[in-house]
Design a protein around this ligand. Structure first.
Ligand code: C2E
Ligand code: CA
Ligand code: CA
Length: 541
């Protein structure tokens, strides 16, 4: 009946393909959603980057004649427009690719250039570039795309005129992005000069970035249009789709794999239940004041059909998630009940919130109650949060006369420990091994242990220290009033036969040492316990 109930709880696992499909589709949907924003962001950064490159290029072109190298070149000219001068004007020093015309204008009105005939122009407006002698004006063309810059470099009473080659500028833009850009160059006080593709700024997806260049006193504006947007849209879309396909596939495969593993582990647990493979082990709890065994914790082991013992950490989390922990607990409880006549003191059973919320323990005790079951007590962890405190409290009250009581397990490891104690009225805490391990170390959690012990004394809680492995830890705890100990110092969790062997050793020892020394069970050194070697558990996960 209980197995059926747990199956009902895990019905969602029956549609892992649906979850796998969702895990596959969600990244793709997300990509579709965020793609325009990413394309936009990438586009803006590319524009800013290219605008910076243009700025560098403008500065280089314009101020080159004012550099020491440029000045050295000017001194090569004889300023007489003779053949040597003309040859120099035609050389790559004076006529690099970016210069269409370079013309010498002498004080006496004589002009000569790198072209067969001199160029006559009439500058309407002229402007001086800050911190240089260079003057700049534009040609008189109506269309800003045909308008040229004319640079004038005064050299004494003569001057050198240069007109830049717009095709070089255009091919620079094409190198940055073919058919993507239009650039507006606005020297303040001069007519606008534009370069690049004329129709760009009128398109649907046009973008514009501008920058003022103080060294030239000009504002440069870079416009991009649909071609650029499409280029980025397609490129980013392709990258994102590839990336999300990889992530989707990895996510879906991992999830599918996990589900299959989980389902197979669950079916193994169900089979284990059918074959009664879950068996109780017991770990004694010692009162160091009297050196008596006061009780034991039942810790389940899964004895597989091949004889291997599987430790709880390898299956309890799955059993708790799937709800199979309920029939597993029921199965081990039945065995504990059979063992009870042979057990000393109380027996503590690990339970989950669902046991209390659904009143499962009182149902079990109503059916199996005996004088032995009065010695049962229950340990609750905060691993799975309690959802129905009201029902749990009713169950705890109902059980008050049927068992030894309740303990809060792994106290201090969760966040709600104190509220659990308050709401459920528990009066016993188990201090987790994590804190016991800090004894004698400078671990920060050592402070937490002190606070837990102080809290336990103040609120008159019974305290059980778990995972006591050394005599130093045992002494530390006893000196601070924590007398109930559980740990390998005394015994590992063992099967019933081994436990009885432990009892025998202990009782013999008691007889032999009527007066026990402070170390108490540390006398296991004189009466060494046969340590049980666990076979290596099969790797289920
Ligand atoms: P827990 O309730 O905190 O149990 C104590 C764990 O610490 C046990 O591990 C025990 O073997 C181990 N231990 C005790 N003393 C020492 C020590 O001195 N040194 C070291 N290294 N370990 C020590 P175990 O048996 O592997 O159980 C692990 C956990 O599985 C338990 O932690 C408990 O939360 C859970 N568990 C075990 N049996 C059941 C069960 O029947 N039902 C449920 N719901 N959970 C169970
Ligand atoms: Ca426990
Ligand atoms: Ca613990």
């Amino acid at each position: 009946m209980l197995i059926k109930q747990s199956k009902h709880q895990t019905h969602w696992c029956k549609a892992p393909w649906l979850h796998t499909l969702l895990i596959f589709i969600i990244p793709l949907l997300l990509v579709a959603l965020i793609h325009p924003q990413i394309a936009q962001y990438e586009l803006e950064s590319k524009l800013q980057q290219d605008l910076a490159l243009l700025e560098q290029s403008m500065l280089k072109q314009t101020i080159s004649a004012a550099t020491p190298e440029g000045k050295a070149n000017l001194s090569l000219l004889s300023w007489s427009c003779n053949e040597a001068d003309i040859a120099l004007l035609r050389s790559t020093e004076f006529s690099p690719k970016m210069v269409r015309l370079v013309q010498m204008e002498l004080a006496n009105g004589l002009k000569c250039s790198n072209l067969p005939s001199p160029y006559n122009y009439l500058a309407k407006k002229t402007k001086k570039i800050p911190l240089t002698e260079i003057k700049i004006s534009t040609s008189n063309d109506q269309n800003p795309f045909f308008r040229d810059f004319i640079f004038e470099f005064p050299v004494g009473e003569h001057s050198l005129i240069a007109i830049t080659n717009s095709t070089v500028f255009n091919s620079f833009l094409t190198e940055l992005c073919p058919n993507c850009y239009q650039v507006d160059i606005q020297y303040h006080g001069l007519p606008l000069v534009s370069r690049g593709k004329q129709t760009v700024s009128n398109t649907k997806n046009s973008r514009t970035v501008s920058r003022y260049i103080p060294a030239l006193d000009l504002t440069q504006t870079l416009n991009s249009g649909d071609a650029m947007y499409q280029l980025f849209y397609d490129k980013i879309w392709l990258n994102l789709v590839c990336l999300s396909l990889v992530l989707s596939s990895l996510g879906a495969i991992s999830y599918w794999h996990w589900q299959q593993r989980r389902i197979s582990l669950e079916s193994m647990l169900v089979n284990g239940l059918k074959n009664s493979e879950f068996i109780p082990f017991y770990q004694p709890i010692i009162d160091t004041r009297s050196n008596q065994i006061v009780g034991q914790e039942m810790l389940v082991r899964w004895r597989r059909s091949d004889g291997n013992l599987v430790l709880p950490n390898q299956f309890i989390p799955y059993a708790e998630d799937s709800g199979l922990i309920i029939p597993i607990t029921e199965s081990t409880l039945a065995q504990v009940k059979r063992d009870m006549p042979k057990l000393l003191g109380w027996v503590s059973i690990n339970i989950v919130a669902e046991h209390l919320e659904k009143g499962l323990l009182s149902q079990w005790l109503d059916k199996h109650e005996s004088c032995d079951t009065q010695r049962l007590c229950f340990e609750l962890t905060e691993r799975k949060p309690m959802e129905n405190f009201e029902q749990a409290t009713i169950e705890i009250e109902r059980l008050a006369s049927q068992c030894q009581g309740f303990k809060l397990d792994d106290f201090g490891t969760g966040f709600g420990g104190f509220s659990y104690l308050q709401k459920l009225g528990f009066n016993s805490i188990k201090i987790d091994k994590m804190f016991i391990d800090t004894i004698g170390t400078d671990d920060l959690k050592a402070g937490v242990l002190k606070s837990i012990i102080a809290f336990g004394h103040e609120s008159k809680m019974e305290m059980i220290a778990e995972g006591v492995e050394t005599q130093v830890q045992a002494d530390y705890l006893s000196e601070r009033g924590v007398y109930l100990h559980q740990g390998y110092l005394y015994s590992q969790p063992v099967g019933l036969d081994e436990l009885q062997h432990f009892y025998d050793l202990h009782l013999n020892k008691e007889r032999a040492h009527n007066t026990l020394n402070k170390a108490g069970f540390a006398l296991t050194r004189r009466f060494p316990l046969k340590k049980i070697k666990f076979p290596k558990p099969p790797n289920l996960l």
